[in-house]
Each structure stands twice: as C-alpha cells, then as structure tokens.
Design a protein around this ligand. Structure first.
Ligand code: GLY
Length: 410
C-alpha cells in the first residue's frame, strides 16, 4: 500500500470501563522472576479506574504468524497480559518469547539465522515507559530468549547494554540455560548453502584449495582491507541471492520481532529481539539492541520499533527521531514517513542503492502514541507487506504504508 492510498485512520478513543489493577513488581522484588516467562497477575479484587486510552499493540508479522505450537501469538499473549493487569513489560516479553522459542522463525531467538561462522548471535532491547527502565543485550550466544536477559539487565542493574561473553555470563549467573548451539537442522543447511555460494571450495582442505587456486591463491595480491571488503560484499550478495532464489523468505532474512504497546492506563512499552543480519561478521550488532535505533519509548509520547537494515537505523537513530517528531505534534504516520525520508536522503553510497538510486533495502516501523493512534510504515510498500495490530477488536494484519514504490532490489 502506498501512502496516498492510505485512508484508514486509527480511531483513538477513550472507552471508559473497568480493568483489574496493574500489578507492577517493585525493582527490589525483581530477582528470579526476571528470568522466567512472566505469568499474568492473579486477579485480585478488581479495581475500578477510568481508562486513559484504548489499549493497542503494534508489531511485525512474526508477532502474529508464529505460535510455537501454542494457542497464542506474541501480540495475543501480550495484549491479554496488559488487559488482565500484568505488568506491561512482563506482558510484552512473555509475548515475544513465543516466536523467540519457535524454531520455525528464522529471524530471532532459537532457530535464528547464524553469523558468518555459523554461530547464532542474538540482540534485544526493551524499554518500560512508566518505570523508565531500559535494558539490552548484543551478540548473546546460547540463550533462546534474549529478551528475558535484556529484561534482567533493566530490572536488576543500572546498566543498559551488556554484550557478548559478558551477556552470556550474566545470563548464566541468573540460572538461564545456556545451549551449545541455537541452530536447527534448517538453519545449519541455510548456512552451508550460503558458504557454498560465497566460497564453493570452502569444504576443501587448505592444501587442496591452494592447489586449485594456484600457488599463490587468488587473493594473494589483495591487502587485508581489500580482502575484507570483497568478502563482505560477496557475503551480502550470496545471502540476497538466496532470497531472490526463494530459498529464504525476505521476512526471515531481514527478520526481527518488535512489539510496541500502550496499556489501558496509557502506559507504554516496547521490546525488540533479533538474530540480526544473517551471515553477519561475528560480533556485528545492528539496531535492535541499541536504544533509539531499533526501539524507543517515551511514556509521555509514544513508542517506535523497527525491522529491516539495522545500519540505517543506527545512522539515523530512527526510532528516537520518530518519538521526538511525535513529541513535536506529528501523528505516528507522519513521524514515520519523515524518518523514512531522512533515511532515504542519507543513503548516498552507490553500494547501498538500487538501480534507481534509491535505498537498496527495506525498513519498517511500528509506531503508536499515548492516545492509541498507530501506524505501520515501510520504505517500500507492496500488496503483501503488512504489520500486526491487536486491540479490542482482536489480532489482525493491516497493510504497511510505503514511502517508495517498487522493490528495494529493482
Ligand atoms: N534490524 C535488525 C538488524 O539489522 O540486525
């Protein structure tokens, strides 16, 4: 769907009603439970209070399409939690744990696509609007649900980001199960195919490789920098060729789960989780663990989360900008479009552009404000592109509104 075709405006309203009191654990109480998928608060004596807004939740498609064999998708689980009085962050994390644990979802968590070495490295960050908590992890290995570790960073420490080995040790110290390998049979097969495309002789022993390439090896005259550049370009091209050939769907390749919510009390929260760019250079962190880039929440204003090429959000601090534009009075739709225009204008390097001189990648934003108005926008809109919404009318997919026509690969 293109912007000009977009006629739907999300009806913001204040439906008066009764909801159970929010059960928000204090920081001091938050010890072990931080590491367990949260349960809805037990219904205590129902408290009656006026709703500040309509509760609504926006997210990417994995939040509605993956259930890990269970009865609920991420947005259904999270929406149930916030309307039953569970802490808003606990509800969101319990939601994204569903696709994180689903081995069929190849963009996040267990079964996410691995890095160039074949190792799954996960990123996540989250923000709790009313408590102004934030936490993130990057390059985390061996933990199926990085969002739970990000939550523990927010709840248990004054740090906002823990990376790599330190993040794994932090999780281990909290009793989180550390797995040797988060690959599945499918992701291992995808990785082997990628290796074959990047370097058809990768399986040969070094002497045989040298013999086939000639005594000096075909890269012998390249500097380390030139060799790195060549590998990087070849790695990305091989990955994208697997999308073009229909081996991996684009949603998995660029896959990330990001879920933003405004509660019946007008409180706001967001969680983002990903395995990042497939076949990335080991240690590469994208936008998803970085506050302001792949996720941002301001409880007075709204929230934005993102999927797509993380480097574009790192450069433009896109989610922070969207929330700031909303603070200045823009609607979620206009704020998202303004940032997409900024990303487009800042994409000046030819290697990042398609043949039309436009961004050669997609970027999607899921945005809501404190009133419950929302938007799903993308650099490129198409008939198939959609985002997930959940509100009092249930969970559904709605079309994304694209800034540009056509495809990033045109
Ligand atoms: N947006 C996810 C990433 O680039 O890692």
């Amino acid at each position: 769907m293109k912007r000009r075709d977009f006629v739907k405006t999300a009806a913001a309203g204040a439906a008066a009603g009764t909801v159970p009191a929010l059960a928000t654990p204090s920081r001091a109480d938050a010890t072990d439970p931080a590491m367990r998928p949260a349960q809805p608060a037990q219904p205590a004596a129902p408290a009656v209070h006026a709703r500040a807004t309509r509760p609504v939740l926006v997210a990417d498609l994995s939040s509605i399409r993956f259930r890990n064999g269970g009865p609920e998708s991420a947005i259904e689980r999270a929406f149930r939690g916030i309307t039953e009085g569970e802490d808003i962050l606990d509800a969101c994390v319990a939601g994204v744990n569903i696709p994180e644990l689903d081995p069929e979802e190849h963009g996040i968590g267990y079964g996410g696509l691995p890095n160039a070495d074949g190792v799954v490295q996960l990123d996540s960050c989250l923000m709790h609007g009313p408590r102004k908590w934030a936490g993130g992890v990057a390059g985390l290995e061996g933990v199926k649900t990085p969002s739970l570790v990000a939550k523990a960073v927010a709840e248990l420490t004054d740090h906002h980001l823990i990376v790599g080995k330190g993040a794994q040790e932090f999780a281990r110290a909290l009793g989180v199960e550390i797995h040797d390998d988060l690959n599945t049979e499918a992701t291992r097969a995808y990785w082997l195919e990628w290796r074959r495309r990047v370097d058809p002789g990768h399986w040969l022993d070094p002497e045989e490789r040298l013999r086939r390439r000639g005594p000096a090896g075909e890269d012998a005259d390249l500097s380390p920098a030139a060799r790195m550049r060549r590998f990087h370009d070849a790695a990305l091209a091989a990955g994208l060729s697997m999308v073009d050939d229909g081996l991996i769907d684009a949603d998995s390749f660029w896959g990330t789960t990001s879920l933003e919510v405004v509660s019946p009390d007008g409180d706001i929260c967001g969680v983002t989780t990903t395995s990042g760019l497939p076949w990335k250079i080991p240690g590469r962190a994208g936008d998803s663990p970085i506050l302001g880039a792949g996720q941002y929440v301001d409880n007075d204003v709204g929230a934005a989360g993102s999927t797509g090429r993380g480097e574009a959000n790192l450069y433009n601090l896109s989610c922070f900008m969207i929330v700031e534009f909303m603070r200045q009075g823009m609607s979620p739709m206009d704020a998202g479009m303004a940032v997409l225009e900024r990303v487009r204008d800042n994409t000046v390097e030819a290697r990042l552009q398609n043949s039309r001189g436009l961004p050669g990648f997609d970027l999607r934003f899921f945005i809501l404000n404190k009133s419950g108005e929302y938007a799903g926008v993308a650099m490129y809109g198409s008939a198939e592109s959609a985002f997930a919404v959940c509100d009092e009318n249930g969970a559904r997919e709605e079309p994304l509104v694209g800034l540009l026509e056509g495809s990033p690969r045109d």
